[in-house]
Design a protein around this ligand. Sequence first.
Ligand code: SAH
Length: 463
Amino acid sequence: MEFLPIFLDLKQRPCVVVGGGDIAFRKIKLLLRAGAKVTVIAPEVCQGLNALKDEVTCKVKNFEPSDLQGCDLVIAATNDRTVNSQISAAARERGMPVNVVDQPDLCSFIVPSIIDRSPVVVAVSSSGSSPVLARLLRARLETMIPSSYGRLAELVRGFRDQVRDKLKVSRDIRIFWEKILQGPVAEMMFAGQEDAAKAALQQAINTGDTLVDKSGEVYLVGAGPGDPDLLTFRALRLLQQADVVVYDRLVSKEILDLVRKDAEFLYVGKQRDDHALPQNEINEVLVRFAKQGKRVLRLKGGDPFIFGRGGEEIEELAAAGVPFQIVPGITAASGTASYAGIPLTHRDYAQSLVFVTGHLKDGSQNLNWTVLAQPHQTVVVYMGLVGVKNFCKQLLAHGAPKDRPMALVQKATTRDQKVIVGTVETIPDLVEKADIKPPTLIIIGDVVNLQDKLAWFDPRDNT
Ligand code: SAH
């Protein structure tokens, strides 16, 4: 190991930064975050630094070794190698930790890339060999560590003494916290249910039962339109900790590949005419698994609350007293719009946006056609492929012009994305000839004309 990672307490400690540019500015901000008393030494300072003048002491001058008198740590951020060497030598002479930006040979310590979930802090370093690599690794870790980790640590801090006094034996204390930090209490914190988490932790301390709530939980998670990169951080985390996954046809294989390997998978259909399980049975399954104490991931395409029957499933859970959390996903309209290059609103063309289903529960298309035929709006049709002919006919019959632009997009955001652009008059024929596969989304309105200019996603690039 080339460097020993340590965490310094710099609260109220005098530190010096030499240099007045952007890099110095960033280092100063970092020291201020750690509570240091910062003195800046530079013949001139950048604008950003000027804005910090109330928080730092600024000495507008050239560096002299005596500037280091009485300080705990120095960072050199000048672009003059001779000055940097002088600073390094002066600091080392005084036994003071020194960092010289981008010159590892002059450093006695290096500044890592940081993931800050204070009080939890993760530091990543490549020992100066590749700061970019360290930053990339940091970005990966950022996605894996929930933003509420800091609050979780604070929660533990508040209960540590109580747990120690109650359990006494250090092994028991460790096991207790391991269970708490991987169980429902932590999950409640991540879901923002802080009061419930506190109550559950208190209950666990009182009863010694760390599982607290044995009834399990359901995560209703939106998986987005297909591209796994469009999952949310929280969705990914829950995918990796579920015991059972209940999913339907719209969830892509790439996303299922991200689920914890030893989870149980249950396919419940949901393609047109392929209802492997009727809705009421899906609801029952969720309740049953949760009551067995399992963490049930109900994975849905797009967003669970947009034509996803998420509401119906949650109602059932609520009635059965099963705890649940809901994670939004990118709905097909957003995914399709972005990946096909069709903005859904535009100040010149569409001032309102309507999402409709082209397929009602009883199979009909009983929509307000007069409203949908109006100009200056964008109409997005989910589940519209089978009824597309009738949809266009109705729009025309209710006053939409024949040349109103219309697009039908197959399997948006995936390698099989196909975009067909036409008009309300031409789309039914174009679609018939094009051998289209579901799922497809329809977008109607003048915004479709922008597709020509704004399309950027080439599915073939992904093969
Ligand atoms: N809850 C989902 C919608 C479920 S309804 C969401 O928020 O996206 C199913 C319909 O969604 C499909 O018939 C289709 O119209 C649309 N859809 C879902 N994924 C799609 C995709 N990748 N490309 C195009 N349409 C999609």
